[in-house]
Ligand binder design. Structure first.
Ligand code: AHR
Length: 328
């Protein structure tokens, strides 16, 4: 009898591994049904560095308000130590689930282990952690940043297909060590590397902010006056770059083409105005899906280990058409 039970448990675990699902039982014992009002979620946000982040915060707060669950929210101001402090405080408070969008990829194992030991399931939203132990979180909901970089690279390859002269590129990187900065750079480089005419002549972080994008572009245009393309890892840095390009007496979108990622309203306006040439979408609307994951985790149901966000790309015409109904 006991041997049969052990067998059944082993088969169950095997099937879960096969379907890529995990349950809260991996990290906690919160199996009992709870009323929404009794469920407490601690969310540790990256900061308020960009239009994308503001939209993401609003969407998460709105979704939890509509769900009736209690949301504790903290803003780490783009500092990993603040996020770790917030997560520790949620552990001490004994919340039901912790969700967070990691500022950087590495350095999370210790605090995630503390959450696991306390029986509190963790859901990653937007950004991944670089950990060998994927039992430290139950699910990761967000974009495929490598694919986003590849889409930006593919537009560049297509745009310059008839040009033989070198295309000198300035890359404005996101926060150093952050998953979207690492992955977007990798995806972009992978696609353009097939043709040696594409040269990334300078690559520096603008920390995903408009001010950072402006400041870095100003400096890099001085040392690379022959650059004709800027790849910015988000709209905000691209918008800052527009100001720097104009201040240098050049026309953004023409003398210097600009490709960005996000598709927030300000970015879409600049694309529609012809100051940005192409935008790869990265959706910040993760709130409803996060609420669903939390409900399942608290109920002890299985959740997908990796949930991908659906995204598209925008040309100038597409941005003009999409603008009136854009949510963020
Ligand atoms: O992690 C998502 C990225 O973070 C967005 O592209 C950027 O705008 C934000 O700051």
């Amino acid at each position: 009898m006991i041997r049969k039970m052990i067998g059944a448990v082993a088969v169950g675990a095997f099937l879960l591994a096969l379907t890529g699902c995990s349950t809260a039982a991996d990290t906690s014992s919160t199996g009992a049904a709870k009323a929404p009002g009794d469920i407490v979620v601690g969310f540790a946000q990256v900061g308020a560095e960009s239009g994308w982040r503001t939209a993401n915060t609003k969407d998460i707060q709105d979704a939890f308000a509509a769900s009736g669950m209690q949301l504790k929210f903290s803003d780490a101001q783009q500092k990993q130590e603040n996020q770790i402090k917030a997560i520790r405080s949620y552990i001490t408070q004994g919340v039901d689930v912790i969700a967070f969008s990691p500022v950087v990829e590495t350095g999370w194992d210790a605090v995630l282990k503390e959450a696991k030991d306390a029986g509190i399931p963790v859901v990653l939203t937007d950004r991944a952690v670089d950990s060998k132990d994927d039992s430290l979180y139950v699910s990761f909901l967000g974009s495929d940043f490598i694919k986003e970089g590849e889409k930006a690279g593919q537009w560049v390859v297509d745009e310059y297909k008839n040009q033989t002269d070198p295309v000198k590129i300035i890359q404005l990187e996101g926060t150093t060590g952050a998953a979207p900065a690492i992955d977007r750079a990798e995806g972009f480089a992978d696609v353009i590397k097939a043709d040696p005419k594409f040269q990334i002549v300078a690559s520096q972080t603008g920390d995903f902010t408009r001010a950072g994008g402006k400041q870095v572009t100003e400096a890099l245009l001085k040392s690379n006056p022959d650059a004709t393309l800027i790849f910015a890892h988000n709209d905000d840095m691209g918008l800052g770059a527009i100001e720097a390009v104009e201040a240098a007496g050049k026309v953004p979108g023409k003398d210097i083409k600009i490709v960005t990622i996000d598709a927030v309203k300000d970015g879409m306006q600049a694309l529609s105005d012809g100051k940005i040439n192409f935008i790869v979408e990265c959706s910040p609307l993760l709130g409803k899906q996060l609420v669903d994951i939390v409900k399942k985790v608290v109920a002890g149901e299985s959740v997908e280990k990796r949930i991908l966000t659906e995204e598209t790309t925008f040309t100038q015409e597409q941005a003009t058409a999409a603008f009136p109904t854009r949510q963020y």
